[in-house]
Design a protein around this ligand. Sequence first.
Ligand code: MN
Length: 504
Amino acid sequence: MIKAFENFEVWFVTGAQLLYGGDAVVAVDGHSNEMVAGMNASGKLPVKVVYKGTANSSKEVWDIMKAANNDAKCIGVITWMHTFSPAKMWIHGLQELNKPLMHLHTQFNEEIPWNEIDMDFMNLNQSAHGDREFGHITARLRRPRKVVVGHWKDEKTLEKVAIWQRVAAAWADSQDMLVIRFGDQMNNVAVTDGDKVEAEIRLGYHVDYCPVSELMTYFEQVADAEVDALVAEYFRLYDHAAELEDKTTEGYEKVWNAAKAELTIKACLEAKGAKAFTTNFDDLGHFDQIPGLASQRLMAEGYGFGGEGDWKTAAMVRTVWFMSQGMTKGCSFMEDYTLNFAGEESTILQSHMLEVSPLIAAQKPRLEVHFLGIGIRKTPTARLVFTSKTGSGVAATVVDMGNRMRLIVNDVECVEPKPLPKLPVASALWKPMPNFEVGAGAWILAGGTHHSCFSYDITAEYWEDFAEIANIEMVHINKDTTISEFKKELRMNEVYYMLNKALC
Ligand code: MN
């Protein structure tokens, strides 16, 4: 079990009815227990599944859903109809349920026992029609849900359940997520801003401002000995030039001050119970440099981060970090920096001034100090330098379209960069799918940010489940995308969200 998920449960509720007699329900109960135990024992599921019994009436469904809402450990409900569970009995319960829902279309028995099958067997293995009846009422209620189809022992089925579990866990994490902003949006930037009230209504993120003057009260409380210890840790963890350890140099002083900034920000975030934060390079208080090293290291610890006041990406970085607990390739805040035109092999250099998470590094990060001429402090600045792993990943962003939040997801392929001897920052080089021209074009048509939340570990299916739970728009730019079809999708979504006032 993944440690961050060990206090979570997903409830499994079996739909039944008493038409087939009490004995049938007892048998179904036995099947359900065996299925849930089997799924838990598979080792494929990151969150424990807890069987909550058969629901045989409207009252029983309602009671289970109310209990799910009120149980802090329960992050979602899986339903399965072993047989006909008349769906009118699910109406009130489904209206009540405010947690993520998965409908698992499966069956206890795998293959039909052709020679033995009789009516008793049929009465115990009727998901084929029972799950359609349930599907109707969820569709009729417009209830967001994930439908997973497959035998419960099948690895592919379990993988889809696992993805949904991770997303449901990240959803639970986002419902009490505090995002702290040190400074506002960088001057006049539109795309990284948006309606913070709507973000809390739709996504759970609570976005608050912390004046840098308040942050400085934490700065004043950081003890020198703590800073010394952290600097020693840096030197242990990262490759670095030997002279950086010379206490008489400016390089050492910059590293020391960067460590003090990290301790300052961390103390403030901990005191407030925040899970994500943003900075602004024009609003630095007593910091002698942009706290880029702090942002890099805090991201690696699980704090969401967004540059220049980008609270939406900060929150998403935390969300994707939480989703991918125990996975190994990493995630980061990222920014489209510079284009490399090379025909079909055209790519985008991804970086930031400094703030890329070392979780995605291909090699041991190197601690370096170099002059940085951006922002109010134009001064040598500490940072971790590395290039990212190669391979496929997913970039995502949320933009505020005025009447709704739009999640934009792009599959990307990270490729080997050439050396960047005069650009000592962390970076990645990727080709957006299906190619640079269509990938970047579609992202721009959708109004996507220059910032994104990037992960190697998750796929677009995670974001699809997230958008379903949040009930927000999602567009996915992938190997099959064409500009003309993508434009049609954007136009149709515009009408859909205009007509569905409840979603806007
Ligand atoms: Mn930026």
